[in-house]
Design a protein around this ligand. Sequence first.
Ligand code: GDP
Ligand code: MG
Length: 163
Amino acid sequence: SGYTVAIVGRPNVGKSTFFNRLLEQRKAIVDDISGVTRDRQYGIAEWVGKSFNVIDTGGFVPRSEDVFEKEIKKQVLIALEEADALIFMTDTATGITDLDESMADVLRRSAKPVYLTVNKVDNHERLLEATEFYSMGFEHVYFISAISGSGTGELLDAVTEPI
Ligand code: GDP
Ligand code: MG
């Protein structure tokens, strides 16, 4: 029971890094290799006295490009069912990719709040580049560095607002 937030996004954008930061304990496996976290990870996070469930998604090993995209969409659909809100994580180091676009197509149809989160905004230069993500047309857009924690406060304020 309780409010549930799922973190979705293509592999390597920093979902597990952010999840671990939220939980402040190493429950998910973070690695440089894409798709290391096998299944969904569940945890409980707290932000300014509010408790909520967090799901880290994205655990699968792609067998081919086709299956890869299908699997990612499946993960998003499962998350949409399980969660009250979604953090759609992207990565400014790579910019907007085709997979981001195809996930965005699914997420835009959701009635649940979607917080587009642009990760790896480690410095001012990256912040300037990251503004391209406004073109995806989401109402809520946040720029964070999951490693340093910068910007994560604003994101969590917004995500926990409905609780
Ligand atoms: P996931 O596949 O989406 O769960 O991504 P991970 O959390 O496993 O992170 C993938 C890679 O991105 C790792 O090498 C992380 O250290 C790196 N990473 C995560 N967050 C940041 C960030 O804020 N800045 C930078 N520069 N790298 C990051
Ligand atoms: Mg992961």
